[in-house]
Design a binder for this molecule. Structure first.
Ligand code: NAD
Ligand code: UDP
Length: 346
């Protein structure tokens, strides 16, 4: 009888130890640069819910403490103010490098800092990955294709970028970051993943973000004029943030042979004018559409070819445009109903 009890205690202890070992193997220490930003905050939330330890690093240029306020009490979450143009000394298993302003208005505000963030940020984070042997994922962009002459854009398309225009600080910074990722991979065997993200939208975009979805929704909800740049015949394809985060996580989980670059985006392409009328309809707004000049080098068409993501990651976006827009409209309705003082402090 005593022996049976001892055996069953020993079985229980072993299975507990196995469980603990399995959990510690699957629980990773993950660094998210740009973790207080729009996509970064959703990614941190998802990684925490998957059981990981998450360190969000941000200089709060476009990111907001409010985006991660609900995560601060989580025992596995930590936020650190840090600029990725400076070296960072932490111990991690995985790095998602998202730090970089993404809206033309914000990345053109201080173009030199933008290109430094992409290039020096990549060097610093790749150096960290090299020392810690962490896997590292770069948030690259469809902007590496510039104003594309091939449509939709596959990863093999080399792009059509103006290297000296006002968008170049972002486009060329991201292109150089991709180069650095592949050189560190070839020269130092760093385990890299490069995601080329297409236009992504959703809750936690800033009301003053300047990108088209947030601009149109905020203008529609306030009854202000909708600012259409150019004729609105230029196209984009919009991916809801939850779908994008799922794609990033799947890419990070691939084996070391998969480096990318891999397009992540929703191939549901729409002219910008049609987006404006859709948002007016969904908000029931009485806003008028007014036209303004098309910004220099604004791409005329953009749509991802996601066949690689579908075959390599088994990933396809599921959230349609109307459904994603309604969720985003709901977010902005709540945000705009807040007192002005609180909005300003975000
Ligand atoms: P965002 O501006 O909300 O997030 C960027 C975050 O990086 C912010 O929190 C900002 O404060 C932080 N940051 C900027 N410079 C930094 C620096 N030097 N050091 C530390 N932190 C810094 O933009 P987002 O839409 O969440 O984009 C996240 C990433 O995804 C970016 O790298 C962007 O280029 C990429 N991306 C986004 C889209 C999109 O449509 N949202 C498309 C393509 C690529
Ligand atoms: N755009 C617009 N009105 C706005 C903001 C943007 O018509 O208030 C247009 C912009 O010129 C571009 C498209 O919408 O053609 C997408 O712009 P965004 O800045 O969101 O992303 P990106 O140009 O980087 O794809």
């Amino acid at each position: 009888m005593m022996l049976e009890i001892e055996n069953s205690i020993s079985d229980m202890t072993n299975s507990y130890l196995n469980l603990e070992r399995r959990m510690s193997l699957s629980t990773k220490r993950i660094l998210v640069t740009g973790g207080a930003g729009f996509i970064g905050s959703h990614l941190c939330e998802r990684l925490l819910s998957d059981g990981h330890d998450v360190l969000a690093v941000d200089n709060y240029f476009t990111g907001r403490r409010d985006n991660i306020a609900h995560l601060q009490a989580h025992p596995k979450f930590e936020a650190m103010r840090h600029d990725v143009t400076m070296p960072l000394h932490v111990e991690v298993d995985q790095i998602y490098n998202l730090a970089c302003p993404a809206s033309p208005v914000h990345y053109q505000f201080d173009p030199v800092q933008t290109i430094k963030t992409s290039v020096m940020g990549a060097i610093n984070m790749l150096g960290l990955a090299k020392r810690t042997r962490a896997r590292i994922l770069q948030a690259s962009t469809s902007e590496v294709y510039g104003d594309p002459t091939v449509h939709p854009q596959p990863e093999s398309y080399l792009g059509n970028v103006n290297p000296i225009g006002p968008r170049a600080c972002y486009d060329e910074g991201k292109r150089c970051a991709e180069t650095l990722f592949f050189d560190y991979h070839r020269q130092h065997a760093v385990r890299i993943k490069v995601a080329r993200i297409f236009n992504t939208y959703g809750p936690r975009m800033r009301p003053d973000d300047g990108r088209v979805v947030s601009n149109f929704i905020v203008q529609a909800l306030r009854g202000d004029d909708i600012t259409l740049y150019g004729t609105g015949s230029q196209t984009r394809a919009f991916c809801f943030v939850d779908d994008l985060v799922e794609g990033l996580i799947r890419l990070m989980a691939t084996d070391d042979a998969v480096t990318g670059p891999i397009n992540l985006g929703n191939p549901q392409e729409i002219p910008v004018l049609a987006l404006a009328t859709r948002i007016i309809a969904l908000t029931g707004s009485r806003s008028r559409i007014v036209t303004q000049d098309l910004p220099i080098d604004d791409p005329m068409q953009r749509c991802p070819d996601i066949s690689q993501a579908q075959t390599v990651l088994g990933w396809t976006p599921h959230i349609g445009l109307d459904s994603g827009l309604l969720r985003t409209i709901g977010y902005f309705e709540t945000l705009l109903a807040m007192p002005k003082v609180r909005l300003a402090a975000e």
